[in-house]
Design a protein around this ligand. Structure first.
Ligand code: FE2
Length: 458
């Protein structure tokens, strides 16, 4: 049904107020009411990249049933003339109440590049169809020259999620094409019978419904074997052609992003095999990435727990031989050698609630670039590590101890990082402080003359 302008206004107003009134407060967090009429209405709507670079996957939750999973969309906000249907699964939370979440996923295919699409998600309470509000996103650009602007952070909670309004403003101002959330969500998605997760997903909806929200798991996702994280997000792996929220790869213009789980190395109560399986997949993906360097010259990884950091705590990255860097004793699977061998250019991390930029480093030795002595990131001779875990959470910020030789810049401040792809040889990176009202507190440009990094090129 297509409404005219006045009807749309009335429908949107009614929808908005019915969304506001259909939740009860439960220990401070909204929960779906006993009103089954409203529990079928889509909520927690967010989008992510799909199998092809011109696809978008929309994921949302209802609390009534899997009766209907449909999206209406189009490029005219007054005329959503295309339909897409998808899948729905029941996710039963591991908490004492074993709450049921109905998770809906719809793929929108063959989108025109860089066009604003409008969409509404539809669910059902068994008697009538219930729609979400009207949302919109700008479709991804599938070409290798996409000058994407990517906003990156980790460790964002519901309580003290300080950067959220500023990130939302970045989206409102059309400054950002994509989000990468480098693990640790909500604190925690499963807390309080997963009501904290519901509230968090609603909190980020104005952001995550409008630009692809790409993720990796952190330690805060581990309860009930990462099930809240696995079920609530939809990350499509272009290598294995399936959804895998633990590890997956996607392209953004000239960048091949590789997302993986550092948590397999620590939560071994869930088994060891996933550590081996992921390592094999990482190697396979890196070989494939190198075969395609002419299309994506940049290989950038992101995982939650860093291998280098200078924080004043006892985390893995503060140890000389961190498990992520060197692997497990007698087992191995350390990631530093693997990433160096296949020429990963930049490694993004979080977990430490601070910002830290490293000089190019391999095996604890700094390897600055050669071409311009004033820019160590010009043809860097080793991977560049960056930690951005200060978006804001109830655990507050992490302090630093005295600097190591590979540490270039340290900031204890709430904020987030922005990557701007200038072209296939230049990526501009900056750190935005929320505490300092959006001031750029660090910036640098990574430059590479050739597709391969210098240490593989020579
Ligand atoms: Fe963490």
């Amino acid at each position: 049904m297509i409404y005219d302008y006045k009807q749309r206004f009335i429908v949107s107003t009614i929808s908005f107020f019915s969304l506001c009134f259909c939740y009860n407060f439960h220990n401070g967090f909204m929960e779906p009411s006993n009103n089954d009429n409203e529990n079928g209405r889509p909520q927690q709507i967010h989008i992510s990249l799909g199998p092809n670079t011109s696809d978008i996957i929309i994921t949302w939750t209802t609390y009534s049933s899997c009766n209907q999973t449909m999206v209406k969309y189009g490029i005219d906000s007054n005329q959503l003339n295309r339909f897409a249907f998808g899948d729905c699964n029941v996710f039963i939370d591991g908490g004492p109440k074993h709450r049921k979440h109905y998770i809906h996923r719809v793929r929108l295919s063959n989108l025109k590049p860089s066009i604003r699409y409008y969409y509404q998600c539809y669910g059902s309470n068994g008697f009538q169809t219930l729609s979400s509000l009207l949302y919109n996103f700008k479709s991804p650009n599938p070409y290798n020259d996409w000058n994407a602007r990517i906003l990156i952070f980790g460790d964002l909670g519901l309580e003290n999620g300080q950067s959220i309004p500023r990130i939302q403003k970045e989206i409102d101002d059309n400054n950002i094409d994509m989000i990468i959330h480098v693990g640790d969500f909500a604190y925690d998605l499963d807390s309080n019978d997963s009501y904290v997760g519901d509230a968090f997903m609603r909190r980020i909806e104005p952001i995550a419904s409008r630009v692809p929200y790409q993720t990796c798991p952190g330690n805060h996702e581990q309860n009930y074997n990462f099930s809240n994280y696995i079920n609530r997000f939809t990350m499509y792996d272009m290598i294995d052609s399936n959804i895998n929220n633990h590890y997956y790869t996607f392209n953004v213009g000239p960048i091949k992003f590789i997302s993986f789980s550092t948590e397999f190395y620590f939560f071994i109560e869930y088994g060891f095999t996933q550590m081996f399986r992921q390592y094999e997949w990482l190697e396979k993906t890196l070989i494939n990435a190198n075969e395609n360097r002419h299309k994506q010259p940049w290989i950038i990884t992101f995982g939650h727990r860093p291998m280098y950091c200078g924080n004043d705590n006892y985390d893995d990255c503060t140890r000389f031989e961190s498990i992520i860097r060197k692997g497990w004793p007698y087992i191995g699977l350390g990631l530093e050698d693997l990433f160096y061998k296949y020429g990963v250019d930049i490694e993004i991390w979080a977990h430490e609630h601070s910002y830290e930029r490293m000089w190019p480093v391999y095996n604890t030795i700094v390897h600055n670039g050669t071409v311009d002595p004033n820019n160590p990131y010009y043809n860097a001779q080793a991977p560049i590590h960056l930690i951005t875990g200060s978006a804001g959470c109830k655990e507050r910020l992490d302090l630093f101890r005295s600097p190591q030789p590979w540490s270039a810049k340290r900031i204890v401040d709430y904020g987030y990082t922005k990557f701007h792809i200038i072209n296939r040889t230049h990526i501009y990176i900056e750190q935005i402080s929320d505490d300092q009202q959006g001031t750029i507190v660090d910036s640098f440009t990574v430059i590479k003359n050739n597709d391969l990094p210098v240490w593989l090129h020579e």
